[in-house]
Design a protein around this ligand. Structure first.
Ligand SMILES: *Cc1c(COP(=O)(O)O)cnc(C)c1O
Length: 357
């Protein structure tokens, strides 16, 4: 077996809400630890799922996700053949690592960033090179990432906006960056939160895939589209990379119910727009609050905020016992909270004020 597997810690998934509530004897618990959409799922998805033909249950799903593929390609104005769908981006990240990494290879990423990149590099026996984010903005330090490239580098992960810092890197900066990266090094731009970016009118790096054959863009339905439970994400890439991904992809990875839900979610752009605008408003409330309270945080363009609080674990514990679960353990003395609706935000800020008294 792969020796490196023995050294890996088991991934600890989010404990189900009901179980946390029962364990702590809470009446109410708001989970703000997983960046899920706090506004739920579109009514259009509910209708489509209820309308799903139960009689299809004995048949394999459409392995090409034909209707969903057509709809996504149309929305993004890209070629259908350049899309690869996965059981969430989790599966796409797994496939990319599986294809491109071998023992001895190097992967470059920002620290902190999404933990799955490093996990899959380790599974493949590759070495992870961590480059600290800019300490004032939480942004990727692009020149420092470039400086780490060696002849062993295979992949650079660029989460944009970055999870957990929330910082957004412009397409102009990414263009300059890609121009400096050797063409044989893959640059994977994970746009899980791109829908939440409001500071730019065209925030996505999708157009860069035409310009740079080593650029890959990832998107998911788990966040702004409110479908985390359905598990669907996709990659947009150069045809050669697409063909590698298609060769390792499990043939029936997306079930029909998931395809149905994603298609309906994509068609309901007003749900997405409403989630984004409510999030953007609350994001400002949080930024003002942190500023007033002189709590260090990174300016966010995502649906979460990352802030520094000495003794963060006891604050998190206090908030949990008052019904709010935040994400701890990403970086010492830092917490990440998913931006929720206005009422919940106000309640949480009040609790934080009480805690500080
Ligand atoms: C949530 C998240 C994902 C999405 O994962 P899914 O498997 O699509 O639910 C991908 N990348 C980042 C950075 C995330 O935070």
């Amino acid at each position: 077996m792969k020796e490196q597997i023995k050294k890996l810690a088991n991934y600890i998934p989010e404990e189900p809400l009901a179980s946390v509530k029962q364990r702590l004897g809470l009446k109410k618990l708001v989970r703000l630890s997983a960046n899920e959409n706090p506004f739920g799922t579109s009514d259009k998805v509910e209708a489509a799922v209820k309308n799903w033909n139960f009689a299809e249950g004995n048949r394999y799903p459409d392995g090409d996700a034909t209707d969903l593929r057509r709809a996504v390609a149309e929305k993004l104005q890209v070629s259908q053949a350049q899309l690869v769908f996965g059981v969430g981006l989790d599966e796409i990240i797994t496939m990319i690592s599986r294809i491109f990494l071998q023992p001895g290879d190097q992967v470059i990423q920002t620290s902190p960033t999404f933990s799955e990149y490093a996990l899959h590099a380790q599974i493949e026996g590759a070495q992870v090179i961590d480059v600290p984010c800019d300490p004032t903005t939480g942004k990727h330090d692009l020149p420092a990432l470039l400086a780490q490239i060696t002849d062993k580098t295979r992949l650079i992960w660029v989460c944009n906006p970055n999870n957990p810092t929330g910082a957004y890197t412009s397409v102009a900066d990414l263009t300059k960056f890609l121009a400096e990266v050797p063409p044989e090094v893959l640059v994977v731009i994970d746009e899980a939160y791109i829908d939440y970016v409001t500071q730019n009118s065209a925030p996505s790096a999708i157009p860069l895939v035409q310009q740079f054959s080593n650029a890959v863009v990832l998107r998911t339905f788990s966040k702004a589209y409110g479908l985390a439970n359905y598990r669907v994400g996709y990659a947009y890439a150069d045809p050669k990379i697409v063909s590698y991904l298609q060769s390792v992809r499990l043939p029936y990875n997306l079930n029909s119910l998931t395809q149905t839900a994603a298609l309906a979610a994509l068609a309901d752009q007003s749900f997405v727009a409403s989630s984004v605008s409510q999030t953007a408003k609350e994001r400002e409330n949080w930024a003002n609050f942190f500023q007033e309270q002189q709590i260090k945080f990174f300016p966010s363009q995502a649906n979460f905020m990352f802030f520094y609080y000495p003794g963060a674990l006891s604050l998190a514990d206090y908030l949990l016992h008052h019904g709010f679960q935040l994400r701890k353990g990403l970086q010492q003395d830092w917490l990440r909270l998913t931006i929720s609706g206005a009422a919940e935000g106000a309640e949480l800020r009040k609790l934080m004020l009480n805690y500080r008294k």
